[in-house]
Write a protein that binds this ligand. Sequence first.
Ligand code: ARG
Length: 429
Amino acid sequence: MSDLLWQKPGVKVDARIQRFLAGEDVVLDREFFAFDIQASRAHAQGLQLIGILDGDELAGLERELDALAMDFKAGRFVLDERYEDGHSAIESRLVERLGDAGRKIHTGRSRNDQVLVATRLWLKDRLVQVAALCRESAEVALARAQAEAALPLPGYTHLQRAVVSSAGMWWAAWAEGFIDDAVRARDTLVWVDANPLGSAAGYGVNLPLARDHTTAALGFGRLQVSAAYAQLSRGKFEMAAIEALGSALLDLRRLAWDLSLFTSAEFGFVALPAQYTTGSSIMPNKRNPDVIELMRASYASVAAARTEIEQLLSLPSGYHRDLQFSKGAIFHAFGRGLGALELLPDLLRNLEWKPEPIRAALDPSLYATDLAVDLAREGVPFRDAYRQAADPARWAQGDPEASLAARVSPGAAADLRLQVLRDRLAGLC
Ligand code: ARG
């Protein structure tokens, strides 16, 4: 372990306590390392702008920070237990390579704003991915809604067959859902897109830090004005990001549930792409939908991470070390969540409907509601029409295509209004 930044002369730090304080933390900091280096570069530029560093010192720091980023990426620099955390590792490397310029980098900053800025940059990157995957999934669903608008499918309520619906309606629902999720990820990104660097330990510093410069250099949309609020917002913005991810994962969970049911022999409506199924170690006959089950389960990790952070936030204002645990929570949530979302577009692209079992499931009862509405259209008060249409003797096996076509604005196979969704998708580009 390199010297601790805060170690007092004559006080030895117990190894077990050190493990407890930093333990897995330094390893988690690998996720943030590239962003921490990027923010360090912007901070150094800011220090030069206010005269704390001269031009040569800045050039050296920029060169060494770039080299460190490359060494880290290439595996030549390993962030491990030799360091207390990623922040100390950066400083210690700069001191080792540059001497005084390295010793100056921490002027006017604290690990508290370092971790905040790295977290925000990391989350921005992940929210872009969430939005892109939701958008791509919506695109696939929308194309299939169009192509399969007239393919009948039972519509269920209470998991009981209810009315004639269509694959188009099923697809359009997921398309609209994932568009909403993409919008939410983007809106959350805008909300998270604020620069905390310069807030130091949570109370600012007695230097005119070039905060506007670091805001622009790091590509933030705005500055977090209040240093105290920058700290206070820790945990809160992570929760918001997890909720945006969770919104997509909630839709994915229900979609996966549909597919679990639809692929069972009892329904038999859907065949999954072969790569999305596995076998059993004992039952040679099995084709199991493990992939969609793990996609479904991923929401649990996201929800748990959100709860963990919410529990951590039971704190007065100011920095508290408790907040460190928010890192593991976001990594877990986005690791699982993005892992699941990544597989979604291809899954949707390659699902196959099985028309025979679907057709067989469209029993005459599914036309009862249409019948009641037809009678009402002819002038029978709906409540009376409803009673008449409740009589199974009046149910004939209807024509599913005609039933779908009747539920329309003139001219469309079903009133899916896909153009509205197409326009929303185009707005997301
Ligand atoms: N690992 C710490 C965290 O995530 C970094 C900040 C440390 N600050 C401190 N005052 N000990 O919160």
